[in-house]
Design a protein around this ligand. Structure first.
Ligand code: URA
Length: 206
């Protein structure tokens, strides 16, 4: 799929997500938060769900966890426009509670399409929910995030070999600032997969 086609398909998907009423979260959302970034990125990051700021702005990781995330990207010399960033859920759970399994199963069709369209070589799962879903999707035996964080797991797909990299969620450092260095250390495993130059084909529509 060329970049133009990817952009078209991602735009269509954004419109579908904006109109989605598959689960009750549509009743309490301000905006959907579909995700954003380079539709041809080699690296995709998947978080959990929008929080308050994300819901208000319709963009992923714009709150305190987003500041940590930017720091982590910076530590490996890349920026948001060189990756694709999205969440398991596209709508905010009230009071930032954990996603329900019914919400996850209603929503992951969109994530599956994002993975298919962007077709990243590396999928980084941030936190338990993203890790559990992606491990299941690619038939990796379930594991606690604490025992697999920072590992590179190669999987064969119909579209070739890709890597899954589970990571702690950046919000960890917002609860305990002493964890920032641990997160930065973990992130360094991504360096070999980072783009060298700055590529400009991002899908930065809010
Ligand atoms: N913001 C997001 O968009 N996702 C998270 O998982 C946390 C904060």
């Amino acid at each position: 799929m060329d970049v133009k086609e990817k952009q078209q398909k991602i735009s269509q998907l954004r419109a579908q997500i904006a109109a989605c009423i598959r689960c009750p979260l549509h009743k309490t959302r301000t905006n959907t938060v579909p995700g954003e970034g380079d539709v041809s990125a080699q690296i995709m990051f998947i978080g959990e769900a929008p929080g308050r700021n994300e819901d208000l702005q319709g963009k992923p990781f714009v709150g305190r966890a987003g500041d940590v995330f930017d720091k982590l990207l910076n530590s490996i010399g890349i920026t948001r426009d060189q990756i694709y960033l999205c969440n398991i859920l596209k709508c905010r759970p009230p009071e930032n509670r954990n996603p329900l399994s019914s919400e996850i199963s209603s929503c992951v069709g969109s994530l599956d399409l994002q993975i298919k369209i962007v077709s990243p070589k590396v999928i980084c799962t941030m936190g338990n929910f993203a890790t559990t879903y992606i491990f299941d999707k690619f038939q990796i035996p379930p594991a606690k995030i604490s025992s697999v964080a920072g590992k590179i797991i190669a999987v064969e797909t119909l579209f070739g070999s890709i890597k899954i990299v589970p990571l702690f969620h950046p919000a960890v450092a917002t609860y305990d600032v002493n964890k920032t260095n641990l997160l930065i250390d973990q992130f360094q495993v991504l360096k070999p997969f980072c783009p060298e130059g700055h590529r400009v084909c991002s899908e930065n529509i809010a």
